[in-house]
Design a protein around this ligand. Structure first.
Ligand code: AMP
Ligand code: GLY
Length: 423
């Protein structure tokens, strides 16, 4: 069959690598793709938000399955447009992708259906938000309602900082219309765990757990980024935690969406915090995590196309989802200066080394071809993933492999997976 993947980052590279392993995939296209994805797919220069062009391309090539990797096109309704054109598409429709697209919606959903999450209030009026913040207890968390590249969350230590935060989100509109509404949320502490799941509208099957490192610097210092590295599984995601989440969070979320007339098909990503009062939902995403996908998908034993088709057809209950009994670590190689300002266009060397070693992957996040050369083309450039028999071995392997590739201004964190030592 012919498959079209929409997106062009490390997550889509990990998806493409999985799709390429499926005996069902005869031809893979990716829009827009990148220099790494080009190993498996024909990359077509259409942006993920160019819906008319994407639909026309899918019709012209008679695509059998479209996989939407990114949040923006999901939230804006690409799945609906593809389906209207008669094209089978993996991912939630617009009315379900709101689970990620509006934090105010997801908080109200959790409250209505008793799904554990931080206490909160939603605000559309900055004056009302300020009045609330004056008497609040600190630290407190401000969240822009809409999509903000993972950057719309501000943790404020006192009223002064919160005042600044309201200005940033609601008045200066630093995150654009995402800041038309704002969630003010209780600050929680604990370990964070990411659990991705396949959902077919009724049935949910969770994948192996992972943990992301969002801050730019070692020791969780510096600015929030799209993610500087991940490991899987999380040793903090114990059987007890899993049992609690199964009872109170996972199926409850799928059922809540169905009860609201917003049947969810695709991937739900649960951002969890393991608090002293038990696991609580930090956030939902309506897609694979990036870079969580880079450690979860290489460990998946199933044929990804079969699982995705089961999600579309509502037959996920018949799928036995299985993961390898090992571990994986992904270290992101970024351009120095990310996430603020950085240079692009530097040649990347050493990529061929990955072809010589099993269990090692070099997922491209921000790269492109410049003639025959592959050059840096983004803040996050590569995700270096390695497997190992356990997390310690996977981490040692991943860091060894970061030395195989070179480019000017190469930057990485040195403590990805360090928390493993405390487990
Ligand atoms: P989100 O995009 O909602 O996952 O938020 C980004 C990051 O902000 C999370 O991964 C947490 O590290 C932090 N965060 C979000 N909400 C809270 C909260 N209520 N308490 C403490 N930290 C939070
Ligand atoms: N790694 C976090 C995300 O994909 O949103």
């Amino acid at each position: 069959m012919k498959v079209l993947i929409v997106g062009g980052g490390g997550r889509e590279h990990a998806i493409a690598a999985c799709v390429a392993k499926s005996p069902k995939a005869d031809q893979i296209y990716c829009a827009p793709g990148n220099a790494g994805i080009a190993e498996y797919a024909v990359c077509v220069p259409i942006g993920a938000m160019e819906f008319d062009k994407l639909v026309a391309f899918a019709k012209e090539k008679e695509i059998d399955l479209v996989i939407v990797g990114m949040d923006d096109p999901l939230v804006a309704g690409l799945v609906d447009e593809m389906e209207a054109a008669g094209i089978r598409t993996f991912g939630p429709r617009k009315n379900a992708a709101i689970l990620e697209g509006s934090k105010a919606f997801s908080k109200d959903l959790m409250k209505k259906y008793n799904i554990p999450t931080a206490g909160y209030e939603n605000f559309t009026d900055p004056e009302a938000a300020l009045a609330y913040l004056e008497n609040a207890s600190y630290p407190i968390v401000l969240k822009a309602d809409g999509l903000a590249l993972g950057k719309g969350v501000l943790i404020c230590q006192d009223f002064e900082e919160a005042k600044e935060g309201v200005k940033t989100i609601m008045l200066d509109k630093k995150f654009g219309t995402a800041g038309n509404e704002m969630v003010i949320e209780e600050f929680m502490t604990g370990r964070e765990v990411s659990v991705l799941s396949f959902v077919d509208g009724k049935t949910i099957k969770t994948m192996t757990s992972a943990q992301d490192h969002k801050r730019a610097g070692d020791g969780d210092t510096g600015l929030n980024t799209g993610g500087m590295g991940t490991f899987s599984p999380s040793p903090f995601y114990t059987k007890e935690v899993e049992a609690f989440c199964e009872q109170h969070i996972y199926q409850a979320t799928v059922d809540a969406m169905a009860a609201e007339g917003r049947e969810f098909k695709g991937v739900i990503f649960f951002g969890l915090m393991l608090t002293a009062d038990g696991p609580k939902v930090l956030e939902y995403n309506a897609r694979f995590g990036d870079p969580e996908a880079q450690v979860v998908l290489p460990r998946m034993k199933n044929d990804i196309i079969e699982v995705m088709e089961a999600c579309i057809d509502g037959t996920l209950d018949q799928v036995d989802l299985q993961f390898e009994d090992n571990a994986a670590v992904c270290v992101v190689l970024a351009s120095d200066g990310y996430p603020v300002s950085y240079e692009k266009g530097y040649e990347i060397t050493g990529l061929e080394e990955f072809k010589k070693h099993d269990g090692y992957y070099c997922f491209h996040a921000g790269t492109k071809f410049d003639g025959d050369r592959i050059v840096t083309n983004g803040g996050r450039v590569l995700g270096i993933t390695a497997k190992g028999k356990d997390l310690k071995e996977a981490r040692a392997n991943a860091y060894a492999a970061t030395e195989w590739v070179q480019f000017e201004n190469k930057y990485m964190r040195h403590d990805i997976g360090k928390a493993i030592d405390e487990a």
